[in-house]
Design a protein around this ligand. Sequence first.
Ligand SMILES: Cc1cc2nc3c(=O)[nH]c(=O)nc-3n(C[C@H](O)[C@H](O)[C@H](O)COP(=O)(O)OP(=O)(O)OC[C@H]3O[C@@H](n4cnc5c(N)ncnc54)[C@H](O)[C@@H]3O)c2cc1C
Length: 385
Amino acid sequence: MKNPCIIIGGGIIGSALAREIRKRDLADVVVLEKEKELAMHTSGRNSGVIHSGINQKPGTLKAKLCVEGNRIIRDYCRDNKLPYEQCGTLVIARNEKESSVLEKLLSIGTANGVEGLRIIDKKELEEREPFVRGYKALYSPTGAIVDSRALVNKVAEEAESLGAEYKLDCEALGITDKGVITNKGEFDGYAINCAGLYADKIAHMCGIGRNLLIMPFKGNYAEVNVQINSMVYQVPDLRYPFLGVHLTKSVEGKVLGGPTATLSLRGRESYDGEFNFKEFFDTIMSKNFWNMAKSKEFLKLALNNGKISIFKNAFLKELNSILKINVGECDIKPYRAGIRAQIVDIKGNMADDFILEKGYNSLHILNAISPGLTSSFAFVRHIAD
Ligand SMILES: Cc1cc2nc3c(=O)[nH]c(=O)nc-3n(C[C@H](O)[C@H](O)[C@H](O)COP(=O)(O)OP(=O)(O)OC[C@H]3O[C@@H](n4cnc5c(N)ncnc54)[C@H](O)[C@@H]3O)c2cc1C
């Protein structure tokens, strides 16, 4: 094998990158995935929203790749007959004060090049969403939903048909100057770290990003018994990288409320409350954690989100604040959880953009947070370029 690229992680980023490298015939590719199936983690546990690009700070990599990625993914899903729906996004302002955030989002989206954005009045909002309560809304027609698991599997299937080799149940345990050491032997080549929730650990093996640590932020979803036509968001708090509790549709017709955002101290893959002692101590022994925990902004985020995650009533209150009908306990049932791979630096700051770091014979993709799914195809073009 000549000049192979050894991609660690078969999520959307690793798989889309494998496809891109093979499409351009840049190198042979091996994808190492520690699970027996693909999309078992973040790429298969997200909202499946193809964001339009109204929340990302202009000038960031995230903003550019989100807007570009939105178009590419919609085309890809249409061309490959993957389930998707361009249902549009609505950000709801409940009062005049929140309307100013809509104006801000409109100018961010316009600066990012999002097409078709406009503020709609109460009457149009009522026509579009009979069950949603609001004063005004920002309408973004390019927001869409996909089945993210189906997308990853299709992209991987295409990468394989272009010659990429997938090794499942194959965990990267170490990196040398020559390649990657795994539980299934050594693979020589240029290592590309797309390990999602463990991307920091892989980078540290190469002496990269030692001051950066992933803080896993868990998001719980609930299936909600309500009817919506578009995706419905509250106005976000622009200081945080997480959007508030919102309503999205799934391609199979479910309405999902969430995701919440609480620090997953129990572990990076603790979807059902499993306790991983090593990861717990790893987090609480780090300066990154304590410096983050000291900040007023984090405390406010933690208190508010903790409340929404723990108490059903608080979660319902959030949902009902944008609904005309009253959704009660009998109208929601738990759905899956996902965990965000949020990078926090040694000063406790949450990284707000995708991070690409080069090492010796290796490349590391860190902080592939939302809108990582939306941006994936554009992101891997950027990496391949
Ligand atoms: C709750 C939530 C909601 C989100 N909603 C959206 C959304 O609506 N729209 C959007 O655009 N983005 C969304 N995102 C973000 C998006 O899901 C991610 O940006 C994207 O999935 C990241 O993909 P990835 O390939 O980097 O990570 P992953 O999908 O986590 O893939 C990494 C892979 O690496 C493997 N791996 C890890 N360590 C090793 C190792 N040592 N050896 C071998 N394999 C390894 C893992 O098993 C995993 O399969 C959301 C994220 C979350 C958590």
